[in-house]
Design a protein around this ligand. Structure first.
Ligand SMILES: *Cc1c(COP(=O)(O)O)cnc(C)c1O
Length: 213
């Protein structure tokens, strides 16, 4: 598999942006090659795959992320294997993470910003009450917001959706006096737009191995 890491990083052109490779496309051998192109943050959706790949790549200094849906009943299998959780979106999940995790874990609250039908993520107006409801869970450190824009070529639609998170960051600062600086937005289709909306973590898959998507 040929990787286009260099091309992608030159377009991002900002070393403080964290590129998290979405590893669902890759097996362990491909991930080792990808690591050697300079990517050190890996985000997996499937628990079994994450555990297997982590074992295979134990000799590499990788930062592991869980991205995408995490079922409450599966928390205990994976929560101590990752440094970041990108998909915190309900109280039951938060309580289970808090119970099973040994140390503090950095979390993003997943927010449903797309107008597409989706079960995942809190609605924008649910985020502040949710933050209040989890504030005493000592293993959970909310560092930011995560969102997925609609899969469309219409840049205005994507921009409007990302802007919801920028507005929410301000509302959280005003109402709770909490500064959530990190933003996990931007995938292959829209990472350059995400950068204009203060993305700090990009979750990239296809663009790393397809010349342009
Ligand atoms: C697959 C995946 C990505 C990356 O997808 P691409 O469009 O291929 O860049 C990002 N986030 C999540 C949650 C994913 O499942």
């Amino acid at each position: 598999m040929k990787f286009y890491t260099e091309e992608v990083l030159s377009k991002i052109n900002n070393e403080s942006i964290n590129v998290v490779a979405a590893t669902k496309y890759f097996n362990s051998t491909e991930m080792r090659d990808l690591f050697n192109t300079g990517i050190t943050h890996f985000g997996e959706n499937r628990i079994e795959a994450l555990l297997e790949k982590k074992t295979d790549l134990a000799d590499l200094d990788i930062t592991w992320h869980h991205i995408g849906t995490l079922q409450t009943k599966k928390v205990k299998k994976v929560i101590n294997e990752v440094s970041y959780l990108h998909s915190l979106d309900n109280l039951k999940l938060a309580m289970e993470v808090n119970k099973r995790r040994n140390e503090v874990i950095k979390c993003f609250i997943q927010v449903n910003i797309s107008s597409e039908e989706s079960k995942h993520g809190l609605n924008v107006n649910e985020v502040i009450p949710f933050l209040e409801s989890i504030k005493d869970l000592e293993k959970i450190e909310v560092i930011g917001l995560m969102g997925m824009a609609e899969l469309t070529s219409d840049e205005d639609v994507i921009s409007t959706e990302f802007q919801k998170l920028n507005d929410l960051q301000i509302a959280i600062k005003n109402e709770l006096d909490i500064e959530l600086k990190e933003l996990s937005i931007g995938m292959s289709n829209d990472y350059l737009i995400a950068l204009k909306h203060n993305a700090t973590f990009l979750r990239l898959g296809s663009v790393l191995f397809k010349k342009e998507v």
